[in-house]
Write a protein that binds this ligand. Structure first.
Ligand code: HAM
Length: 430
């Protein structure tokens, strides 16, 4: 194929069919699950005051390296959202709704990430946030909703959980961590040493094997939790046990954003490459609403990476569908507006998914189009049918065809579709 003048930018993609249908199917499934658990939708703007995101913590790559920020024509510093949580907290601070405020969302995010399979500069997330409750049972419910979503998709995932303790106990732990890594400084890679000076916590999930080996021996935060944080973490684990949700405790799980305290968790799809196998994650962020100028309300939530989840579904052969294949194709050998426009409109208004060919193509070419569309039934109108006020309704599966009065068309198409479904069910069973 000739290369066109313009191509999508690195890390961005056109999502065409059938991928777009899969994506829609996934979002619909998520929306139904969230609504069924008392969540209302929020659709925040895609860009905000840059500071909304810098308050997520300058030590994370998402803020320090990957933010799409620029000055708009009015001289404002704005940024494309790299995630939803900050916008949800900003919205909470702005409107002060009654608590607990339970919202779900779906849409694109932007990160100047290194593009590769499963890692894009524009990617979609679905997620939930609950603001206004400290209850550890809520942490369990939030995790359970994500788990239910993966279960409903039919996708096997692995859940890891951790507690990052409270912000108040963080400095003492960071000091311990810092002195441990300083003792091992000579064995750390250059990149790890740079991370150490910004945020030693991030070194815990270091990917380079040498760094990871050192991180594995680091003091764990689970050993320095306050009584309250330890009790909350125990309650979360008990709740997961009660719901029979499998998990492993991973004291090295720190997540890529800096706002977390207490419960953190991540879901991985074992079918994907290790570097991009995180299909979703989240946790508590009890200080974020206040950091964004709101009241000191706690929060907990998660986001699931839609693109990666779909890659994992594809690898596992469980792609969700929005079920929008065409039911019926209209083949018109007359070129008359009565057929081309009226018949198609009548089918569509009756709720059937109908399509047709254009430009007066030959009968053969139109039948080819019908075949390719996957339609189970074709409505054919030739000169004969035109003059006798009839249409022919053809089963695309076995080629049987009946001529019916125009007034009987909808009933004949519906019965053709029902027969097609029965034949297909029969084939699926054998
Ligand atoms: P996150 O871990 O940064 O968390 O992103 C959540 C998910 O989004 C990841 O597990 C991954 O599947 C997907 N994702 C992230 N970056 C990319 C990328 N460049 N390309 C493709 N997929 C990507 C958050 O965003 C938090 N806001 C989650 C949260 C909600 N925590 C509390 N509430």
């Amino acid at each position: 194929m000739a290369r066109s003048t313009f191509q999508t930018l690195p890390g961005t993609r056109d999502i065409l069919e059938p991928d777009a249908s899969h994506l829609r199917g996934l979002v619909t499934l998520f929306a139904d699950l969230a609504a069924g658990a008392g969540f209302g939708q929020i659709i925040p703007p895609m860009f905000e005051d840059t500071e909304v995101f810098t308050r997520l913590g300058e030590a994370s790559d998402v803020v320090s390296k990957e933010l799409y920020s620029f000055e708009d024509k009015g001289g404002r510093n704005i940024a494309l959202r790299p995630e939803f949580t900050a916008s949800v907290c900003r919205a909470f601070a702005q409107y002060r709704p009654t608590t607990p405020w339970k919202t779900w969302y779906a849409g694109p995010n932007f990160r100047y990430d290194k593009p590769q399979k499963g890692r894009y500069r524009q990617f979609d997330q679905v997620g939930i946030e609950v603001i206004g409750s400290h209850d550890p049972q809520l942490d369990v419910e939030v995790i359970a909703l994500a788990q239910r979503f993966f279960d409903d998709l039919g996708l096997a995932v692995e859940l890891r959980i951790n507690s990052l303790g409270d912000i108040a106990e963080r400095p003492a732990y960071l000091q311990d961590l810092n002195s441990y890594f300083e003792q091992n400084r000579d064995s750390l890679s250059e990149a790890a040493r740079a991370t150490l000076s910004v945020n030693p916590l991030r070194l815990l999930d270091a990917k380079r094997p040498g760094d990871a080996a050192i991180a594995a021996g680091a003091p764990t935060i689970l050993d320095s939790l306050s009584n309250e944080a330890a009790a909350a973490f125990a309650e979360v684990r008990n709740g997961l046990d009660t719901l029979k949700i499998d998990y492993t405790i991973d004291p090295l799980l720190v997540r890529g954003l800096d706002y977390y305290n207490r419960t953190t968790f991540e879901f991985a799809a074992p079918g994907l490459e290790a570097a991009q196998n995180a299909v979703g994650g989240g946790g508590r962020y009890d200080g974020l609403v206040e950091a964004l100028g709101g009241p000191p309300e706690p929060g907990v939530g998660f986001a699931i990476g839609v693109d990666r989840t779909l890659l994992a579904c594809e690898a596992a052969g469980v792609l969700p569908s929005s079920g929008n294949t065409i039911d019926v194709w209209v083949v018109d050998a007359t070129g008359s507006a009565d057929v081309g426009l009226l018949v198609v409109e009548e089918l569509r208004r009756s709720g059937l998914k109908a399509d047709r060919s254009y430009d007066g193509r030959s009968m053969k070419a139109q039948m080819k189009n019908a075949n390719r569309s996957g339609a189970a039934v074709a409505v054919i109108v030739g000169e004969d049918e035109m003059s006798s006020g009839t249409v022919s309704v053809r089963s695309m599966a076995d080629g049987t065809q009946e001529q019916v009065q125009r007034g009987q068309m909808l009933a004949a198409v519906r019965s053709g579709l029902a027969q097609g479904r029965e034949t297909k069910d029969g084939e699926d069973r054998t």
